[in-house]
Design a protein around this ligand. Structure first.
Ligand code: NAD
Length: 300
């Protein structure tokens, strides 16, 4: 089997890389942090000193990095993927980053005869560990067909959205819906709680009707149980909403409620919640209500 590379072995990347090892691939891995690399080495991965060495050994290189500048560095720094990769190889970026930068990265790699797919995911740590991620792909159909068997080891709902960058556009749309639903669930539960109503019963009743959603189910429970750690960190959702607002500005699309929800994340971050799960958005609504879910009326 061909050598496969994986760069970025954090909360998401480590279990995703693990699935590729279990499928029998020789995996060449790199992360700037040592601990997850050592863990994957124990599972049979080959550790590389930099992204260039990963690319020198791989026909397909996966990236799962935090943000746009991290992907740019891993690809184009002097010790990056582009300096080691052979023509005919494929880069698959599974990070959630800027659609505009993604298109520029794909064009730059194409000059070296290298194809790129953007393949951001939804489903969180649970989806990464259970190989049930939703994967939104941008790139050429024939490249997608080549890479699909690998993606099937990491996810279930795998959709080719369009050309380079369109997977990232889809992910941005996903994050708008998730953020605004978190905000709606927060308002509903804080109102119910301050009214003195049993919020657990409210959630249970709403789950059977039109207000049902995965966010109400999973994150509504986290808000009620005050289980804000670990999860999808506020700092990552702030990054994603920045991408949405930036795209909106460039395209002339007003996103008023995305902007407002970003302000609520800023309030949570200002109180030290930047690494809490994004369901902690409820804390901003609680602050304005002077009431925390489960507390006495007027408590916070
Ligand atoms: P993370 O911070 O846990 O992991 C990122 C890893 O990349 C870290 O181990 C870091 O050391 C490494 N890294 C950073 N720069 C590097 C470089 N230049 N070279 C090599 N390694 C480098 O982040 P995560 O939670 O795994 O998220 C990764 C991406 O997936 C993000 O874009 C995020 O928005 C997206 N995402 C995350 C979740 C989630 O629930 N955590 C869900 C869906 C999508």
């Amino acid at each position: 089997m061909a050598g496969i590379g994986f760069i970025g072995l954090g909360i998401m990347g480590k279990p995703m890389a693990g699935h590729l090892i279990k499928a029998g691939h020789t995996l060449y891995v790199h992360d700037v942090v040592r601990a997850p690399v050592a863990e994957l080495q124990g599972q049979g991965a080959v550790v590389c000193k930099d992204s260039k060495e990963v690319a020198q050994n791989s026909e397909v290189v996966f990236l799962m990095l935090p943000d746009t500048p991290d992907v740019e560095q891993a690809l184009f720094a002097p010790d990056g993927v582009a300096s080691g990769i052979r023509a005919g190889s494929i880069v698959v970026d599974m990070s959630s980053i800027s659609p505009i930068a993604t298109r520029a990265f794909a064009e730059k790699l194409a000059l070296a005869g290298v194809e790129m797919l953007d393949a951001p995911v939804s489903g969180g740590q649970v989806g990464a560990e259970g190989a049930t991620l939703s994967i939104m792909v941008g790139g050429k159909p024939e490249v997608f067909e080549q890479i699909k068997p690998y993606l099937e080891k990491m996810g279930k709902n795998i959709v080719l959205i369009g050309g380079n960058g369109d997977g990232q556009v889809c992910k941005v749309a996903n994050q708008i819906v998730v953020a605004l639903t978190l905000e709606a669930v927060s308002e509903a539960l804080v109102l119910a709680s301050k009214a003195g109503t049993d919020v657990a019963k409210v959630r249970e009743a709403l789950l059977g009707g039109f207000a049902q959603s995965k966010i109400l189910e999973v994150h509504g429970e986290r808000m009620i149980k005050r289980a804000f750690q670990p999860g999808f960190r506020v700092r990552l959702h702030q990054k994603d909403l920045n991408l949405a607002l930036q795209a909106g500005r460039e395209l002339g699309v007003s996103l008023p409620n995305t902007a407002g929800t970003q302000q609520l994340f800023t309030a949570v971050a200002a109180e030290g919640g930047i690494d809490l799960d994004h369901s902690s958005l409820v804390k901003a609504i609680e602050k304005m209500a002077n009431h925390a879910i489960g507390g006495e009326k007027g408590d916070r």
